[in-house]
Design a protein around this ligand. Sequence first.
Ligand code: GLU
Length: 300
Amino acid sequence: MPITRPQRDVLRFAPSPNGWLHLGHAYSAIFAYETAKSLGGRFLLRIEDIDTGRCRPEYEQGIYEDLAWLGLVWEEPVRRQSEHFADYEAALKRLRSMEVVYPCFATRKEIADAIAATGIGPKHWPSDPDGAPIYPGIYKDLPGGELNRLMWEGRSYAWRLDVEKALELAEKKAGGPISFLEEHGGPRGELGRIPIDPLLFGDVIIARKDVPTSYHLAVTVDDAIQGVTLVTRGQDLFPATHVHRLLQVLLDLPEPRYRHHPLVRDETGRRLSKSAKDMGLRELRADGLSPADVRRLAGI
Ligand code: GLU
């Protein structure tokens, strides 16, 4: 009988170099690293720098320095998303051929005006888990002629997922309802098989005219390309998993498991942000804290 070697888990930490790392990042990186170690798995680092306007080389350098200082070791070469736009574009092309994305020319103001015109106040209009208003559907189902005219005018646009159509197609492909596996716990203690509800996000943006990807598309494609079997990240990204799992089914990508961890909060209970200077790893290091002190402070 052939002996099959058990597959080694592949985990990753995927920061965006648009600011200096803080205690929350340290928690997330160590969580991934220690989980990989305890499972005898591999640990990768991925630089999520598709937002070329906000990402800076010095922040990327800071990531390498801070993580090395914390004692983490990752495989080389590091995947930098900005070097792989062709991979995301290929995935977008497949979604286009399935007719589950459409170009949307709406500006923020047009969206706000369309919502105002419904008479439902902006406070009562539903918003997605990131707090953005659910797209009201203007520019959806535009007649072909009108679409061509807007494209010829050179107007800027975003590719939105027609989420209802996409879910219907994905469920057909999967032969039934789709779910993802949460092994650690969502923000409300969700655990085990979670049925997906990507409608939470409405017709979410998947790519833009000038940047052929978005966080959702790039992360889904990269986790598959890098063979990631266990995604670890903060609970703030738990809802995004509904969209990622949908994209995995549509694009015939393997299904990873998920472990979302709680976020590090300051003494007032607020989550740390990139501007949380007092909890920046560079500052803590300059104050004379050791990596062990940082682990204690982060509670990991
Ligand atoms: N790049 C994302 C961030 O810095 C994390 C992506 C992920 O882990 O899925 O928040």
